[in-house]
Design a protein around this ligand. Structure first.
Ligand SMILES: NC(=O)c1ccc[n+]([C@@H]2O[C@H](COP(=O)([O-])OP(=O)(O)OC[C@H]3O[C@@H](n4cnc5c(N)ncnc54)[C@H](O)[C@@H]3O)[C@@H](O)[C@H]2O)c1
Length: 250
């Protein structure tokens, strides 16, 4: 198996995209640190992986807290002894126009969606460097990081930040054989932070169906695999081609 003996941390792994990334990497032999704020969700994904013959453990962590992140990385090292892959997937959206958004709400979205990939990557990269085996990191951005939206303000700013953070991380970690890339989803499963998929939500892309979490999991699998060893600091769009279309020119 591809990742036998290797360990992956996946944040926001308790459902949807993070869940599928965790399950696919586990199916390829990786041991998964299933990191989520919600203990029930994380433990369920970890137990599903173990029931399917894989290796995983749930870790409760609020990625907006630097203390939580540092404890989580220490706990993962204590449990598994190494970290080879990090998937910065956890995020929340504001879904608000700027006039409805408080500064506290803005700060919370930025803390989880942009600051956490900075803090966690720094902590994990230190372990990767100490281990001397290199590593792979994937940050989950969004097509919202490339466009303005009427009803999202902090989220669009944070996801745009994730794209450029990825480039700086890629440059700074390349000497340590740590490859950093981003994936850019659009309308994958349920909207971020919501429990249910809305079938009436308009989907305009070249494939003609909404994305599913497995689409993202496959892209992440590629970016953490040897097959992508020449790909560094890029943002891979997993959006059904929607961003190749001019608005109204469908
Ligand atoms: N769903 C989409 O259509 C879509 C589109 C573009 C980008 N994305 C991106 O993909 C990623 C996953 O999206 P999703 O739809 O699966 O999200 P989701 O809301 O379904 O799941 C996110 C998970 O993160 C966890 N989480 C939330 N806050 C946390 C915190 N502070 N600390 C730790 N865990 C926390 C939640 O408990 C949840 O299990 C996000 O980065 C999102 O921005 C999703």
């Amino acid at each position: 198996m591809k990742f036998e003996g290797q360990v992956a941390i996946v944040t926001g792994a308790g459902r949807n995209i993070g869940e599928d990334i965790s399950k696919l990497l586990a199916a390829h032999g990786a041991t998964i640190a299933v990191v989520d704020l919600d203990k029930g969700r994380g433990d369920k994904v970890a137990s599903d992986i173990v029931a399917a013959g894989g290796k995983a453990k749930g870790f409760v962590c609020d990625v907006s807290s630097e203390d939580d992140i540092l404890k989580c990385v220490a706990d993962v090292m204590a449990a598994f002894g190494r970290i080879d892959m990090l998937i910065n997937n956890a995020a929340i959206s504001d879904n608000k126009n700027m006039f409805d958004l408080t500064t506290a709400e803005w700060n919370r979205v930025l803390a989880i969606t942009l600051t956490a990939p900075f803090v966690l990557t720094k902590a994990v990269a230190k372990e990767m460097i100490a281990g001397g085996r290199g590593g792979r990191i994937v940050n989950v951005s969004s097509t919202s990081g490339y466009f303005g939206r009427d009803r999202a303000t902090a989220y669009t700013a944070a996801k745009g930040g994730v794209v450029n953070l990825t480039k700086s991380q890629a440059i700074q970690l390349a000497p340590h054989k740590i490859r950093v890339n981003a994936v850019v989803p659009n309308k994958i499963g349920s909207p971020v932070g919501k429990d249910e998929f809305d079938p009436t939500r308009p989907v305009v892309n070249l494939v003609g169906r909404p994305g599913v979490p497995e689409d993202l999991a496959n892209a992440v699998l590629f970016l953490v695999s040897e097959e992508s060893s020449f790909i560094v600091g890029t943002a891979l769009f997993v959006d059904g081609g929607c961003t190749t279309m001019m608005p109204g020119n469908t």
